[in-house]
Ligand binder design. Sequence first.
Ligand code: NAP
Ligand code: MG
Length: 407
Amino acid sequence: MSNKIKMDKPVVEMDGDEMTRVMWTWVKKELLEPYVDLKTEYYDLDVVNRDRTDDKVTFQAADAVKKWGVGVKCATITPNAERVKEFNLKKEWPSPNGTIRKILDGTVFRAPILVNNIKPAVRFWTRPIIVARHAFGDIYDGIGIRFDEPGVAEISYVSSTGKVKKVSYPKFSGPGILQGVYNIDKSIEGFARASFRYSIINKLDLWFATKDTISKVYDARFKEIFNGIYEREFKEEFARNGISYNYFLIDDAVARVVRSEGGFVWACKNYDGDVFSDFVSTAYVGTLALMTSELLSPEGYYLSEAAHGTVQKHYYRYVKGEKVSSNPTALIFAWTRGLKRRGEIDGNHELIEFSEKLEKAVTDTIEKEKIMTQDVARIAETKNNKVVDSEEFVHAIRASLDELLRK
Ligand code: NAP
Ligand code: MG
């Protein structure tokens, strides 16, 4: 009988492309399968397989996450014209992440993976700052007009039962531009619930910020929805977990973020999330390979992945037989977070403990052994770092893991 950790239910495994696909196999073979009796429901999201199945496999994978609750995803190619030629595809299939996000209606949470030899650009930061981005509506689905004479404009809304609401812009005295944006209550509610749930799961305070003093209809509605859902559904659970919900004006929030020591979730509207997730990740760790990216849906469906792409340039060198130093950390954390979530849902403490030890093995390898990939070595503080290729890095992590498991 093997003494590997058992799993009751599977996680949905979505395989991907290029260098991340190669590293995915190494991670499974070296860091998971020797220790865990890995149960997965496998979907191959390799671009060629998506093409062969007319992208059905992506939809099946997302539906499987609805069935099993937890998925882990490798990075995948979003084909453009070049890729269509390279792989002889039928068409430019849409981004799998976009498709999956639409099906699960998720909010994306991005957090830095902290190691003590990378110093954040903001010296006060010691605990992670997780940006939760509402990935729906606002300017990303906005419309605009550029006009070249003085004139007037209005926004008019006609309901499905024929009710009409109209507002006018100020008179335009000359050429200019105008924009219209929208959002939907249901989507904002989903964003709010996902943010509250994520904060509870991770026992972190939640911050939400908009400019409701200026945007008295639009941003004010976001604030109202967040506050209402908090009061009705999450206040008690927040209190039980010793965490708090705080609403700020967005400019105040930015100043507070920089002055803070971290240790909270920052829920951001779509554009704010786009800008501030890049700002926080660059200021914190400086490489996408040291970021987690987790999607949580209002129903509690969960998907973890790496924040970066397929590392195409490294892959082309790898295929030619060169050793490459791509960093598998974000892929490893995609697995550990997925397994941890599985363990939490199923009450599988061994699986949770293993996931946490594997994460510690990664950070120990970088911090204590000073063994790291090229991208980390470029920004790390310590001297005498050992820069290794991806496979050597995985082996070093395994050694650290075995050490932790012996304790
Ligand atoms: P990328 O794969 O993120 O890589 C861009 C550059 O970032 C790399 O060339 C490398 O820099 C560095 N990098 C990223 N991940 C790294 C890692 N794990 N270790 C070390 N360095 C890393 O982005 P891309 O080259 O623009 O995109 C390649 C493919 O990925 C595209 O087909 C795109 O559609 C897809 N993509 C997928 C996702 C997703 O599935 N979530 C996200 C983004 C992009 P150096 O070359 O300087 O070492
Ligand atoms: Mg951005």
